[in-house]
Design a protein around this ligand. Structure first.
Ligand code: UD1
Length: 421
């Protein structure tokens, strides 16, 4: 298994080009199932999750090809069946995103239940309830969600909780349903907006994009065209590299970024003592000569502070001055990095989903293990700040969501290598 070996202590300094957003590409890949002609997605990061979703749709007979310029080309005309098997879905929950578009366009879908996952139970009841409200007949048997419909019907759907992929699934189904669908309490994450913008360019009619109420006028099931669409920049990758600048007392300029998707995060960096400047597509964080201060964080749906940046700010707090309280409200089991950060000497007290972090002048390198994607990012950050050597095991988690992270960090002056064990 591969590991990262990090020699901490160097202040990072330089520019890093941000990749396309993982969480935007996945729904866009699923949306290609709605296209009546070949479609191209540009600015696609080379990530394990992206190839998993490609394998899911390829397995149905769809033609999928990646080119050398980070584009994916998809042609659904050769689709043969509508099944997403357990072997793939269990490796990535977001595979559930094919359920809505497949059912809406082809009238049937069979998708393995994603099952539990390290950061919580993460059910898909809202996806199922929404599709049922649109007239789908759904049974869950033998570990599969089996859905059928003649033609989905527009409906008013009030989402019980704010769900990102839930909103995306229902939106993709609604765009080709018969009549008007209203999705209330919809997720407003930029990745949902990116999907909605793409669907509109394909020919869908959606109002309220970017708000918590999406109103969709359905078009014919085969009316959406394949288009050429460029994915928005990854706000979580951006935030992670800025955190690397902050935690090492350095300077990092993230280019090809989307500053307006990171308001709550940038505010917290400023509160933590960083100088943060933004331009149209760049963000620069400068921590040189400044003191990192602990900050209080509460995760909530967008536009509030994202759960996907919680672990990285935990690492920052662990190396700061003062005490910061971090409250996780989205997932019930997203504190697994706490035990690993403690191995590096962090002073963290966990009470349920609240972590009280007392900053330390120095962390010390140690062997640690990644437990999930963003936890792995927090360990990389802590390793960059710690004195001495840190090895991080199970970095396949990192590779699910960060494109060439060690190469990008090396270019910023970090001492990090991927080793085979
Ligand atoms: C997406 C993101 C993930 C991010 C999360 C929250 C993708 C591919 N992944 O995950 O990176 O951390 O949003 O911003 O975009 N819930 C239910 N029933 C459902 C669906 C969700 O109870 O049917 C609950 C979940 O257990 C969780 C909360 O709702 O507590 C939010 O989850 P959700 O927004 O659906 O997360 P994902 O879309 O899986």
């Amino acid at each position: 298994m591969q590991k990262f070996l990090i020699e901490g202590g160097a202040a990072l300094d330089g520019e890093v080009a941000i990749s396309g957003a993982k969480n935007a590409v996945l729904p866009l890949q699923a949306a290609t199932l709605l296209a009546n002609s070949p479609m191209t997605i540009r600015n696609v990061p080379r990530l394990k999750d992206v190839s998993t979703l490609a394998a899911v749709i390829e397995g149905m007979g769809v033609k999928v090809s990646f080119d050398a310029d980070n584009n994916i080309h998809v042609d659904t005309s050769t689709i043969q069946h509508f099944r997403a098997p357990y072997e793939l879905v269990r490796t990535m929950r977001a595979s559930i995103l094919v359920l809505g578009p497949m059912l809406a366009r082809f009238g049937e879908a069979e998708v393995s239940l994603p099952g539990g996952c390290a950061i919580g139970t993460r059910p898909v009841n809202l996806h199922i309830a929404g599709l049922e409200a649109m007239g789908a007949q759904i049974v869950v048997e033998e570990g599969y969600i089996r859905a059928k419909c003649k033609r989905l019907q527009g409906a008013r759907i009030v989402m019980d909780m704010v769900s990102v992929t839930g909103t995306e699934n229902l939106l993709m189904a609604a765009v080709v349903a018969d009549g008007t669908t209203v999705i209330e309490n919809a997720a407003r994450e930029p990745e949902v907006t990116d999907l909605a913008n793409c669907l509109v360019q394909m020919g869908a009619h959606i109002q309220g994009i970017g708000t918590d109420k999406l109103t969709v006028q359905g078009v014919d099931v085969n009316a959406l065209r394949g288009i050429d669409y460029t994915v928005l920049p990854d706000r979580i990758e951006t935030g992670t590299f800025l955190a690397a600048g902050a935690i090492t007392g350095g300077r990092v300029k993230a280019t090809h970024a989307a500053p307006d998707t990171l308001d709550a995060v940038l505010q917290k960096f400023r509160e933590a003592g960083a100088l943060v400047e933004t331009g149209h597509d760049w963000i620069e964080l400068d921590m040189r000569g400044r003191t990192l201060k602990a900050v209080d964080i509460r995760t909530d749906p967008y536009p509030a502070f994202p759960t996907d940046m919680q672990a990285q700010f935990m690492a920052m707090n662990a190396c700061s001055q003062g005490i910061g309280v971090i409250v996780e409200t989205i997932f019930e089991n997203r504190m697994m990095h706490v035990a690993e950060l403690k191995r590096l000497g962090a002073n963290i007290r966990l009470e349920g989903n609240t972590a009280i972090v007392a900053g330390m002048p120095n962390l010390k390198g140690a062997p640690v293990m990644a437990t999930d994607l963003r936890a792995s990012a927090s360990l990389v950050l802590a390793g960059l700040a710690a004195q001495g050597k840190t090895t991080i095991d199970r970095i396949y988690h990192t590779d699910r969501g960060y494109e060439r992270i060690e190469q990008k960090l090396l270019a910023l002056g970090a001492t990090i290598q991927r080793i085979n064990d």
